[in-house]
Every structure is written in structure tokens, then in C-alpha cells.
Design a protein around this ligand. Structure first.
Ligand SMILES: NC(=O)c1ccc[n+]([C@@H]2O[C@H](COP(=O)([O-])OP(=O)(O)OC[C@H]3O[C@@H](n4cnc5c(N)ncnc54)[C@H](O)[C@@H]3O)[C@@H](O)[C@H]2O)c1
Length: 326
């Protein structure tokens, strides 16, 4: 049983329904959490990366008696080649259609392992165990999975809702500060989209992350996904700032982290919207002040643009072809 201090959000996305659990020490309770939901630990494979695997993936795999499959760390490895190697590893591990993928890591692990689960034998169940703040508040919920192509981010993928999402606040203890800031950028985005109280809390620059804050930020994502699971309408709001962000990531050769790029994208989208008369004139400055207080940048330094050797801003056709949504 989940302890009373475990927060539970129920997500209904299309025909899928699943819990998002938020609490301290949930990783250690994974065998019980899976059993409570009839998810087959005995047929599970844990997927992690070279950084998070040694920290958390290996212990979980051992506790479940499951094999651990490790992918390389970094956005540059969110590729079809990594996906192919992972699916082959799943086959070698003897996984069948009743097996379970448990993705333990940041958004890259979640996206790649989620897409592997969506594709392997035409679909096996996946449990998302996000370990970065960004993956906790955004990537792990909603079922978007996929990989990048050389021509752009998230160009190949599938909607594949998880069977369960387990957010263990304790794992944030090892997350580098820059990654915490990246997650705060997405949380601020959620506040802007649909939770003024969350925005107000974050704009004070308060960065203590607890289960309540996580639940509040995840709830925004869950509400949007419930309203529009396949992004035919309102779910596109979650892409706020992402047209700029994906361009920055691409132009910087992925030297910029997704969340850092999203921060610049939020500032850029605010300025553009105000210039077009679609946004209150005072809001861009307020958003930039909030980003600055959270330790995030609001513009891409000229040095980064020059270093990339790529055209900035990207061409109109490049911008159109360069990414699918987050
Ligand atoms: N599917 C979606 O809906 C969705 C939404 C937003 C973003 N994304 C995707 O998510 C990715 C970005 O996710 P991210 O910011 O988590 O990047 P990431 O997965 O690269 O993780 C960031 C870094 O933190 C490390 N890390 C993660 N958890 C850790 C922990 N607890 N302790 C120590 N190190 C840890 C990772 O190994 C990595 O080096 C992008 O590819 C983006 O496109 C997907």
C-alpha cells in the first residue's frame, strides 16, 4: 500500500487511465506498487542510462529480479540507432508481449524507452519512473514518446500512455543544479498555462522542491492531456516557447539543454506575443524576472549563435521542418 503521504493523481487520457504517484522513497516500494496494480514485475526489464543506471536503475532491477538495459546518456543518443539497440536488448532478454518496460531516468530515457515499449512486438506496457525534475513535471506524463532525427527533434515517435508513473522526490538529491533549473523552466511554463498560484510561487524564486509543488505542476500537465490526449487542440499549449526552444537546441548542436532552451523560448514567445498585441505589455518583463530569479537565461548569447556555425535565425522552411512538438 502507498503510505498516506504519497500523493496520487489519476490521469484519464483517451482510453488509458493511470496513476501518477508522488512521494518520498517510492523507488524502494516499487515491487509492492507494481503488485498492487497487477503489473508483472517478474516479466519486467528496467531501462536506464549510464548516469542514472548506477544511481537507481541497478538497485531497482535487482529488487525486481529484472534485467537492466542501459542506453548512453545525452540528447545526442535519442536516436533510431539507440532505439534499435534497445529493442534488440529486449528481445535478447526474452521479453514477450506480456512484458513490462520500466523507464528510470530523465526525459531522454523516458522518451526512448517509451517509444521502445510502444513499438516492441507492437506494444508492451511501460512504467515511467522519472528522475529529473523536467521529466517529473512534464515528460513522464501524457504518453508522448519518440526519438530525434538529424533534421530535427522528436520527429519519430508514438503516443503511448504509461501504465503507471512513479515520482520519487528523493532522487532529486543527486540531480545537478543546472538540471533542477531546467525542470523549473517547464514548471513555470505550466504555471503560465493554467495555474496562476504555481506561477506566483515560482516567480518569487523559491526553488525548494517538495511533493506539493510537484503535484501542482504535474496536475497542469494531467489536465491538459485529459482534455486533448492526441494534441488536436489545447495540448499544443504545452508547447509554449518550444518553437524557439527546439530551434535553439538544434542550432546549438544540442549544447543547450532542453529546459534552458525552453526558458529562452518562454521569454521569446512572451516578447513576440506582446509585440503582436496578443499579450499584456507588462507580462514579458514579469516572465523574464521570474526566469532570472530561477537562475535561467532569457536570451541566447551571440557567442553560442556564432559557435554553432548554423544560420540564426533558422530559415522559414527549416523552422517548419525542424521539430515536432515536445
Ligand atoms: N515526452 C514528453 O512529453 C516530453 C516533454 C518534455 C520534454 N521531453 C524530452 O525530454 C528530454 C529532456 O529531459 P531531461 O531534461 O530530463 O534530460 P535528460 O534525460 O538528458 O536528463 C538530464 C541529465 O540529468 C541526468 N539525470 C537524470 N536524473 C538524475 C538524477 N536523479 N540524478 C543525477 N542525474 C540525473 C541524466 O542522466 C542527464 O544527464 C528532451 O529530449 C525532451 O525532448 C519530452
Amino acid at each position: 500500500m502507498a503510505t498516506t503521504d504519497t500523493r496520487r493523481l489519476r490521469v484519464r487520457a483517451g482510453r488509458a487511465e493511470y496513476d501518477v504517484l508522488v512521494g518520498n522513497g517510492l523507488l524502494a516500494r516499487m515491487p509492492a506498487l507494481l503488485a498492487e496494480r497487477g503489473l508483472p514485475a517478474a516479466r519486467a526489464v528496467v531501462v536506464s542510462n549510464t548516469t542514472v543506471g548506477p544511481l537507481y536503475g541497478a538497485a531497482l532491477a535487482e529488487a525486481l529480479g529484472a534485467p537492466l538495459l542501459t542506453i548512453p546518456d545525452g540528447e545526442q543518443h535519442k536516436t533510431l540507432a539507440t532505439l534499435g539497440a534497445l529493442c534488440q536488448g529486449m528481445l535478447d532478454a526474452g521479453m514477450d508481449r506480456d512484458s513490462l518496460v520500466i523507464a528510470v531516468g530523465g526525459g531522454v530515457v523516458g522518451d526512448v524507452a517509451g517509444f521502445a515499449a510502444a513499438s516492441y512486438m507492437r506494444g508492451v506496457r511501460v512504467v515511467q519512473v522519472p528522475t529529473s525534475l523536467l521529466a517529473m513535471v512534464d515528460a513522464s506524463v501524457g504518453g508522448k514518446t519518440g526519438v530525434d532525427l538529424p533534421g530535427g527533434k522528436n520527429m519519430v515517435g508514438a503516443f503511448w500512455q504509461p501504465a503507471l508513473v512513479v515520482v520519487d522526490v528523493a532522487v532529486l538529491g543527486t540531480l545537478p543544479p543546472v538540471e533542477v533549473r531546467c525542470g523549473l523552466a517547464e514548471a513555470l511554463k505550466h504555471g503560465l498555462i493554467d495555474d496562476p498560484a504555481l506561477f506566483a510561487r515560482l516567480e518569487t524564486g523559491q526553488t525548494a522542491i517538495d511533493a506539493a509543488l510537484l503535484e501542482q505542476a504535474i496536475a497542469v500537465k494531467a489536465r491538459v492531456v485529459e482534455a486533448d490526449a492526441l494534441e488536436h487542440g489545447v495540448r499544443a499549449h504545452l508547447n509554449l516557447g518550444h518553437t524557439f526552444a527546439h530551434a535553439i537546441e538544434t542550432v546549438s548542436g544540442y549544447q543547450w539543454k532542453h529546459g534552458e532552451a525552453v526558458a529562452v523560448g518562454l521569454a521569446g514567445a512572451a516578447r513576440l506575443s506582446a509585440a503582436l498585441g496578443l499579450f499584456a505589455q507588462a507580462l514579458p518583463a514579469r516572465i523574464e524576472a521570474a526566469l532570472t530569479r530561477l537562475g535561467l537565461r532569457c536570451a541566447m548569447p551571440a557567442s553560442t549563435r556564432r559557435r554553432s556555425g548554423k544560420r540564426w535565425p533558422p530559415t522559414r522552411s527549416g523552422a517548419r521542418a525542424g521539430h515536432a512538438s515536445c
